[in-house]
Design a protein around this ligand. Structure first.
Ligand SMILES: NC(=O)C1=CN([C@@H]2O[C@H](COP(=O)(O)OP(=O)(O)OC[C@H]3O[C@@H](n4cnc5c(N)ncnc54)[C@H](OP(=O)(O)O)[C@@H]3O)[C@@H](O)[C@H]2O)C=CC1
Ligand SMILES: O=C(O)C1=N[C@H](C(=O)O)C[C@H](O)C1
Length: 252
């Protein structure tokens, strides 16, 4: 039985992970951490991870960047693997995650769905085929409770293109203040927020007289919860380092 400590357990995703974990025989959430310590499930909730009494094997984190860094310190102190699903990190915060992964195993993905990770591969293929003659724009849509923008996934998809384009693209988030034509080496990334949209990402390749649009729509938060649980099973027992959905998919 894999014992999970869930950071951000009372948030929207924390509650979905708690519910979905109950459908697995070989995994159990044994404790949670959240600012709000209301006990909504059958495990105790702490505001400070260093007060946890329960034994656990792996941490799953769906919280806020600052809370992720606190749980990382705890993970390093207890030498436990962490699955980071939280998004919205600054460059300095990302550096801290990368440094932590020299001491403990860290599974880090802005999107825990299989589909988005396939999209990342498809857009790399599209870029290789279409090349720089096509302008690339990314539009992401999420619910009105989302704090960070653009989404971690939109940035991950832009980075996937940059990976095969020798980092030649810069990201543009706002054209309002730019009174000039787009340049060839930019990727526009735009955010829509409204209602209960679970998550939608479109990557548009607009070329001379034709447009290719590669789109992923998440229809439920359960896909992210299942992905995070599979990531927790994957990372348990691994050595220190950074792991992502590609590693998980390749292991299946
Ligand atoms: N990688 C993926 O596949 C996915 C990633 N996400 C990401 O996961 C994160 C969480 O999303 P979501 O559940 O919708 O957001 P919520 O705001 O609903 O949940 C975050 C939870 O963390 C709590 N929290 C705040 N501070 C701390 C702290 N110091 N320690 C522990 N918990 C704390 C919040 O409490 P309070 O509300 O009181 O502040 C809240 O309960 C976001 O960054 C989101 O982008 C979401 C879905 C999929
Ligand atoms: O906040 C969300 O809900 C989501 N956040 C992630 C992101 O920022 O990319 C993943 C998913 O799209 C849902």
């Amino acid at each position: 039985m894999l014992r999970v400590l869930l950071n951000g357990c009372n948030g929207k995703m924390g509650q979905v992970v708690s519910r979905v974990a109950k459908t697995y025989d070989d995994i159990k959430v044994v404790a949670g951490v959240d600012l709000n310590t209301t006990q909504n499930f059958d495990y105790p909730v702490y505001s400070n991870p260093f007060q946890i009494k329960e034994e656990f094997d792996v941490i799953i984190d769906f919280s806020l960047p600052e809370a992720t860094l606190t749980i990382l310190e705890f993970a390093k102190a207890t030498k436990k693997p962490v699955v980071i699903a939280t998004t919205g990190f600054t460059s300095e915060q990302k550096e801290k995650i990368i440094k932590a992964a020299t001491e403990i195993p860290v599974f880090w993905s802005a999107n825990m769905s299989l589909g988005v990770n396939l999209v990342a591969e498809l857009i790399q293929k599209a870029y290789r085929t279409l090349g720089s003659r096509f302008d690339i724009e990314i539009i992401e849509k999420h619910h009105n409770q989302k704090i960070d923008a653009p989404s971690g996934t939109a940035l991950m998809l832009a980075d996937a293109i940059n990976e095969v384009a020798n980092n030649s693209y810069e990201y543009i988030y706002d054209r309002h203040t730019r009174r000039k034509k787009r340049s060839q080496n930019e990727i526009g990334i735009f955010s829509v927020r409204g209602g209960t949209i679970v998550g939608e990402h479109s990557v548009i390749f607009a070329g001379p007289d034709e447009i290719i649009e590669i789109k992923h729509t998440a229809l439920s938060k359960e896909i992210f919860a299942n992905g995070a649980i599979k990531a927790a099973m994957f990372i348990a027992g691994k050595s220190a380092g950074i792991y992502n959905m590609k590693d998980l998919i390749n292991s299946m």
